[in-house]
Design a protein around this ligand. Structure first.
Ligand SMILES: Nc1ncnc2c1ncn2[C@@H]1O[C@H](COP(=O)(O)OP(=O)(O)OP(=O)(O)O)[C@@H](O)[C@H]1O
Length: 296
């Protein structure tokens, strides 16, 4: 690439930063080009309101972090939006189409794909079979095509080729025939991401991509997430690792007790007193619990 090209090419990061630059950092603020819009979504467990989100918009083509103390409702919100749980009330739309009431596979088919932790069952499958599972719901798996072997075989072969290309990109190609359970923590996270890409997502939802990752793989993982944005995908991720949040996010949404309590660019959000209070409150509660246990 020539120097001129370098100077004139805008990256997806620059575009996302510019698009979010003038947005007022207030909970529930409207974005210039939202791909996901959430309204009045609530979920109660017993007497506990785990999620109570009045309004939330996620900007297309940006990397948005969803943070908050333990029990804030982040995972529950992820489950609701992706059809793995049902809300008590509320609506949400993806690319202008309502997803309320849609099941997980219908949400996935519309291009919103979440990563999954490697469960016991998936650990006993090979890395390649995990990848092929990520292609489920593609045309080859449809009932009628499944009845016509040449069509099915062509799809199966295309899926294997795509899986191998992705495994190569994520440096897991040499592990294709090994059990997924034999992978390291970081390699598992890479597999989860690669598996999500099998479905050609528009938006990728990452569930704690840094959990259990050895520092040696940290940069590689961060690089892969940034690549998703460069390829035009929207990323929403839940994470406790604040270095990662700071490094890769264009925008940060903070949840506390089920609600969105703050949102904005990483620097301003992390300096926000509501955010500091929410986290300190948790540490304070923890200190109190420890003291009570000591006293007992
Ligand atoms: N299936 C369930 N049954 C009962 N309570 C639940 C269930 N799932 C979540 N909760 C409760 O809802 C609240 C929100 O939990 P959630 O897992 O969404 O929080 P989180 O922000 O993802 O926390 P963490 O960062 O620890 O994963 C918590 O109080 C949790 O105990």
């Amino acid at each position: 690439m020539s120097g001129d090209e370098t100077a004139t090419t805008t990256t997806a990061k620059q575009r996302a930063t510019a698009a979010l630059a003038g947005i007022d950092p207030q909970p529930g603020v409207a974005k210039s080009d939202p791909i996901l819009v959430v309204d009045q979504v609530t979920r109660t467990f017993g007497g506990l309101k785990a999620v109570d989100v009045s309004h939330l918009e996620v900007q297309r083509g940006a990397i948005t972090a969803l943070i908050g103390p333990n029990g804030a409702g982040k995972t529950t919100l992820f489950n609701l939006l992706t059809g793995f749980d049902r809300p008590d009330s509320g609506t949400w739309s993806f690319e202008g189409n309502s997803l309320a009431g849609r099941r997980a596979h219908q949400v996935a088919r519309r291009g919103m794909i979440r990563t999954f932790q490697l469960t016991k069952a998936l650990s006993r499958m090979t890395v390649m079979d995990n990848m092929l599972l990520g292609a489920m719901g593609q045309s080859g798996e449809s009932f009628w095509r499944g009845l016509i072997p040449p069509l099915w075989e062509r799809q199966e072969s295309a899926n294997r080729t795509r899986a191998m290309d992705l495994l190569t990109r994520f440096k897991l190609d040499k592990k294709a025939d090994e059990f997924a359970g034999s992978l390291s923590g970081g390699q598992r996270k890479l597999l989860e991401m690669a598996r999500a890409l099998m479905a050609h997502p528009t938006m990728v939802m990452l569930d704690e991509p840094m959990a259990g990752v050895n520092p040696a793989l940290t940069q590689s993982l961060l690089g892969h997430v940034k690549e998703l944005r460069e390829e035009g995908m929207t990323v929403l991720f839940v994470e406790h690792d604040m270095d990662m949040v700071h490094d890769i996010s264009d925008w940060v949404v903070v949840m506390g007790q089920g609600q969105v309590i703050a949102e904005g660019p990483p620097d301003s959000v992390m300096a926000d007193s509501r955010v500091i209070d929410a986290y300190l409150g948790q540490q304070h509660d923890g200190a109190e619990t420890a003291a009570t246990e000591d006293d007992a």
